[in-house]
Structure formats: structure tokens, C-alpha cells
Design a protein around this ligand. Structure first.
Ligand code: RIB
Ligand code: CA
Length: 314
């Protein structure tokens, strides 16, 4: 039975691959809607990019606009990683103009209304950008929290240093108050942090396979990832950039790719060098009740093979 999901995103190159993987995997995933948040680039661009990616997939999917900024801070964006458009390509070729529009409802209202309308524990939330839309939905309607089957996020880091500050991963750092509210909400939470996503590198071999075997869409994705690789290769000196966001969707399709461990995680919202850090009790040093299922290891070859195979179906 397909998992029925709402995907909250801030496209962004890796968000785009996550959206395409979800749309291509109709046996395992029913994408009820895309909700969009400001993050990698401002909301007007993440929204346009989400519509362009759905159009590229040539699939139907409703797109909802969400929060343009964090709850208590000015937005921090990542054009240095994703380019001015948020989906800059290696060739400079932009994605085609969108043929899908924007739904009238706010993203938070779509999340609340859908979870209230659908049977309990039947909807999975996936969040691969700052958690503002999710936190607002939970604040508007706390009754939906126990109705959520699982909230799977890309965000945070345990052993790995941060990627936007020495302490914090980008999605958490952009809206740490939203993240703290979500981590403390009691929702059934699964976290794909940098400890896991930094194992999923877009190496030259993997990129070549996406271009060669990923079909029509694989060639476009290859061009996008060509650009996306540049910043992180120069920053980390690795063979490729980490492909963060699709890990959440691959987990829903083929969970055996990943090793998971339940542990206590808390978000640091103190104003200072550790703002946005996910303090992860990996070895149960405290007697805090574990509240998050954390991804610890993954089989990168299986991960990229899944992505390449599914892109070829679009
Ligand atoms: O830190 C990586 C995360 O921040 C990814 O979701 C990327 O798209 C950005 O949103
Ligand atoms: Ca993202």
C-alpha cells in the first residue's frame, strides 16, 4: 500500500530530486501535495521551482505556498549553494516554465485540513526545508499531531559539524524556534541529519549513471547536480556534494537502505554560537526519553541506484 505523504520543501537542487523521486515512485508513494517554504532561496523562487519540477516530471501534483520567513528571525538563504534561482544548472539552461499553478490555501491550512480529513495515522509528513510550515500547522491545530503517521525530516546533525555555522545544519538554523517546537511536539519524528546525508555523495560515477541511465529527466537532473556539486566539492574537498533531501523519500520507499537508532534530540535555541544545534544523545548519556528515530548509516550505492532507476520512469 502506497504511503500517502505531504512533502514540505524549499527547492533547492536536492529538494528537486526528492520531489522527482516521490513522483516517480507511484507504487510506494502517493504525493497528496507539495507545500513550499522560504529557505534555500526566498519563497517566490522556491514556489516557482516547485512548480517547474512538477512540470518537468509531467505528473499532477498540487502546490501550496507557505511561510516566506521564519517565526522569529530574518530568513537566511543559500544562493551560494543553489545559485540565484535556487535551481541553477551546470549548462546555464533553466528549467522550462511551469504549467501547474499555486493552490489558494496556505500550506499550513492544507496540512491541517488534510490530516484532519484523512484517517488517523494515514498521512506521513516529509519536511526537507526549514520547519516553519510544520510548526505553524502544529500550533494552529495541536489535535493533528497524534494523527500524523510519521514526520520524516532532513535536518540536524549529531557528530557532524554544522554546514551553515560550525554548530548548525541549514534547515534547523534558518528557523530554530520552529524546529524546537516540532522536536518537542511529541510527533513520531524521524531525522535524516548530516551524519547520514554526508555519506550520500554525488561522485562522478554516480553522476554519470544518472545522466546515462536516468532517462529524459535524468539528463536534466545531471545538469542541475553538475552545478550543485560545485560549492560543496570546493568546501569539503570531497568527490561530490551530499545529496541530502532524497534520503527521506528513499527511506519511505526502501527503508533497508538505512540503519536507524532511536535517541533523544533537543534543539538549541540559545542566541549564540550553538544556535540551531541538534544536541543528539547518541550514547544515552542522559536519562531523557528518546524522542527521535535518527538515521545513522546508509548504503550509498543502493540509494543512488534507486534514484537513477526511478528517474528513468518519468
Ligand atoms: O542542510 C541541507 C538542507 O538545507 C537541504 O534540505 C538543502 O536543500 C537545504 O534546504
Ligand atoms: Ca531542502
Amino acid at each position: 500500500m502506497a504511503k500517502r505523504i505531504i512533502l514540505d520543501c524549499d527547492p533547492g537542487h536536492d529538494d528537486a530530486v526528492a520531489i522527482l523521486l516521490a513522483l516517480a515512485s507511484t507504487e510506494e508513494i502517493e504525493l497528496l501535495g507539495l507545500t513550499v517554504v522560504g529557505g534555500n532561496v526566498p519563497l517566490h523562487s522556491t514556489l516557482l521551482n516547485a512548480r517547474k519540477v512538477v512540470t518537468l516530471a509531467q505528473r499532477e501534483c498540487k502546490v501550496f505556498a507557505g511561510c516566506p520567513r521564519p517565526m522569529m528571525r530574518d530568513i537566511v538563504t543559500a544562493e551560494h549553494v543553489h545559485g540565484e534561482t535556487g535551481l541553477d544548472s551546470g549548462s546555464g539552461q533553466p528549467l522550462g516554465e511551469p504549467t501547474v499553478g499555486v493552490e489558494p490555501d496556505h500550506a499550513a491550512n492544507f496540512i491541517v485540513d488534510t490530516i484532519r480529513a484523512e484517517p488517523e495515522q494515514s498521512v506521513t509528513l516529509v519536511a526537507i526545508g526549514p520547519l516553519t510550515n510544520i510548526a505553524i500547522a502544529f500550533a494552529m491545530a495541536p489535535d493533528i499531531i497524534p494523527r500524523v503517521r510519521e514526520l520524516v525530516i532532513m535536518g540536524g546533525a549529531g557528530f557532524e559539524p554544522g554546514n551553515i555555522t560550525p554548530a548548525a545544519e541549514f534547515n534547523i538554523y534558518v528557523d530554530p524556534q520552529a524546529a524546537r517546537a516540532v522536536f518537542e511536539s511529541g510527533v513520531n519524528l524521524t531525522m535524516f541529519g548530516l551524519d547520514l546525508t554526508h555519506q550520500m555523495l554525488i561522485t562522478p560515477d554516480r553522476l554519470a549513471k544518472i545522466n546515462a541511465d536516468g532517462g529524459r529527466v535524468g539528463k536534466v537532473v545531471g545538469d542541475l547536480l553538475d552545478f550543485f556539486n560545485q560549492y560543496d566539492i570546493s568546501k569539503y574537498g570531497w568527490e561530490g556534494a551530499p545529496l541530502h533531501d532524497p534520503c527521506t523519500i528513499a527511506y519511505l520507499i526502501e527503508p533497508a537502505i538505512f540503519d536507524m537508532k532511536k535517541m533523544h534530540v533537543v534543539v538549541d535555541t540559545t542566541d549564540g554560537p550553538s544556535l540551531g544545534r541538534t544536541v543528539t544523545d547518541w550514547w544515552a548519556a542522559t536519562d531523557e526519553t528518546p524522542n527521535v528515530l535518527v538515521a545513522t548509516r546508509g548504503d550509498a550505492d543502493r540509494f543512488f541506484a534507486l534514484i537513477t532507476e526511478r528517474l528513468s520512469l518519468l
